[in-house]
Write a protein of this length. Sequence first.
Length: 434
Amino acid sequence: MRYLARSLFLQVVLAAVLGVLLGAFVPEFAKRLSPLAKDFIQLIKIMVGPVVFCVVACGIAKSGDLRRVGRLGGLALLYFEVVSTVALLFGVLVAFVVQPGRGLHASPAALAQLGEPPAAAHHELGGVADFFQRLIPDSLLSPFVQGDVLQILLLAIVTGVALILLGPPGEKIGHVIEDASRLFFRILGLFVRLAPLGVLGAMAYTTASFGLASLEKVGLLLLAYFGACLVFVLLVFGGLLRLCGYRLTALARYLREEIAIVAATTSSDAVLPQTMKKLEDLGVEEGTVGLVIPTGYSFNLDGFSLYLTLAVLFIAQATDTALSAGQVVSVLLIALLTSKGAHGVPGAAIVILAATLAAVPSLPVSGLLLLLPADWFVGIARALTNYLGNCVATLVVGTFTRTLDHAKARTVLAGEAPVEAPVAAAGLDRGGSA
């Protein structure tokens, strides 16, 4: 019972099961539980503006810091952006091939009972000139009041660039914005504690309104995502390692303890210190590890990027919303910005999804309720893919910058050299867990 009180994951699972049972056996009562999901989504939506602004502004400012590091930072930044873009495109490909949401027919009118989307989603884009005119806010605060994510993104981009141009004074302001983001994420963490109630209301309402077919579609989404992550890891990460002369299986075996912890906790924060220590023991120079791993935790979220585009297109398919090629490109561009800096924060995926949905006309933000139960399960594959992506990035950057001792790495991966990197010791070496 004490474990149930502490485990948010278990609470969500039980709430989802209870919601399904209520929706199947007492549908009229289950539909009356929709305010639980509506209020939870509303709490998430009010955090979209502040979180997206801080994440994007700080991400751009940090990219300027990376470029100033020199060739190592520039190569790392280029790698992060290229692989993240490939992950976003892969998510789109999987969504179009598998079409996990097709046939659900969850009408936006029915979903609207769980909350209206922000103002940005209520108008059509129109022509190019009209689009750029709508990007300009009426005042500095109006985008946050109206929930216009595109205008918030514009302000965040301009702020991030201005911070870079300011130099040292900009760095101080950047630290203030970064501290503010920690505050907003902490508030978000408090809201996320209410997730079991939101999941209960969402599962009860969707099961009662759309039948058990909704569960089949969510299950197909989970299978599609787990399969996509596996294929992405084997093809992309495995291929990159082969170019460097290594095997993915050998690296996974070397990091098996850390991988097990990430899978169990759905977070790689707990293994950050010992991962850095083990990569240094593998033969990567300390400076490369110290740059790539921490910055990769914000810039190189391949599992999250893949999920972002897959989830958005799942909602489009489930609500029978046709997206043009231009709107799909818009999703990719927006996701490339919003996916930065959302690592390790419970509920961050829901906020970023809400931001991406709000920036695309005709996609109901309330469609998030279809993903609420799934989000807690996809966290396992998402965290593992993010974690492996950053470890692979370290070896790739180390290879191309010649800061990786290949002879030592091959020896260690072959198991011919003892490696002492216990969790406790690694944590002490780095001053504890992150």
